[in-house]
Design a binder for this molecule. Sequence first.
Ligand SMILES: Nc1ncnc2c1ncn2[C@@H]1O[C@H](COP(=O)(O)OP(=O)(O)OP(=O)(O)O)[C@@H](O)[C@H]1O
Length: 342
Amino acid sequence: MGFFDFFTEEIAIDLGTANTLIIHNDKVVVDSPSIVARDRVTGKIIAVGKEANLMQGKTHENIKTIRPLKDGVIADFDASEQMINRLIKSIPALKKKILPPSLRMVICIPSGITEVEMRAVKESAERVNGKEIYLIHEPMAAAIGIGIDTIQPKGNMIVDIGGGTTEIAVIALGGIVCDKSVKIAGDVFTNDIIYYMRTQHNLYIGETTAEKVKINIGSATDDLEMPPDEMSIQGRDLLTGKPKQVMISYREIAKALDKSILRIEDAVMETLSQTPPELAADIYNTGIYLAGGGSMLRGLDKRISQKTDLPVYIAEDPLRAVVRGTGIALKNLDRFKNILIK
Ligand SMILES: Nc1ncnc2c1ncn2[C@@H]1O[C@H](COP(=O)(O)OP(=O)(O)OP(=O)(O)O)[C@@H](O)[C@H]1O
C-alpha cells in the first residue's frame, strides 16, 4: 500500500437517469433517486435524492425539481455535480473523516455517451476530489454484475432497461462487439401511462402516480399467468376539473405500453441481426440477460423470449446489477484494465 493509498477511499458509482447508487467498502451506501430541488431565487440546491423526490409535482414557484440526467446523459452539469457531491458526502464512513479523502472511483456511463460527455463526467468527478477515475460502460458493468465472465471468448447479450435508455449489447473478450442504445425505457413507460389515462379516461395524473401504477400493475403482455389486482388511480378529471378515481387493470397498462415495448423488441432484433455468426451461436446457447428497473415489468422476459425464440433471464436484483458490476471492477482494477476507460 502506497502513501497515497492511506488517504484514499474507493467508491463505485452508477450514475443513472432514474437512480444513483454508490458502493463503498463492498456495501451499497447510497441508493437514491437522481433528482435535486433548487431554490429559483438563490439558485441553491436545497434537497437531493429522496428528499427532493418527495417534492416532485408539489412545488411552488420558488422551488424547482430537476432530474440532472436525461435520456442517459447529463442534461444539467451543475445540478449533477452538486448531486454527486452531496451523495458522496452523505456516505456515513466518509462523513466521519476530518479531511475529505482522495477518491479512487469507477463510474458507470451509458454506452451511447460522447467523448465530450465522458470528459465532463470525469471533470465533475475530479472536482469532488476524485484522484484516480475510471469509467465503465453500462452494459459491461451490468454483465459483470450478473456474474458473466466477460473476458472469455464467448458471446453474451445484455439488455439493460433503465430509466432513460435501453442499452443492448453483445459482449465478448472483454469488449462490446455490437450494441444499440434506444431512448425508450422506464421514463417513456411512465409517460405512456400518463398519456393513456388522459386520452382513455380523461384523467390527468402526475408522474409519481404513473410510476406507482407502472410498478404495481405494469405489464408487457395482457396474458399474465399471475395477474395483479386492479388498482385505483386518483387524479384530476379533465372535463369537470374535480378530483376523480378510476379502477384500472394490468391489461389496460399492457395496452398503454405496447408501442414502446415493440420498439425495444425491434432494437433487440436489430442487434441480433448485426451479431457475428460465431457469437450468435453462443447466444443461442446462453440466451439473453435482462437488467435495470425496466426489466421488472411483468411478462417482459416472456415477451422478448417469444419474439427472439431465445431463453431470457432477469438478473438477480436488476436495479443493482450495474452498481454491483461497477463495484467488482473497482475491486479488480488489474483484471478489468482493458475494459475500464481511464
Ligand atoms: N417493478 C418495476 N416495474 C417496472 N419498472 C420499474 C420497477 N421498478 C423500477 N422500475 C423503473 O426502472 C427505472 C429505473 O431503473 P434503473 O435504476 O435501472 O435506471 P437508471 O440506471 O437510473 O437509468 P439509465 O440506465 O437510463 O441511466 C425507473 O423508470 C423505474 O420506474
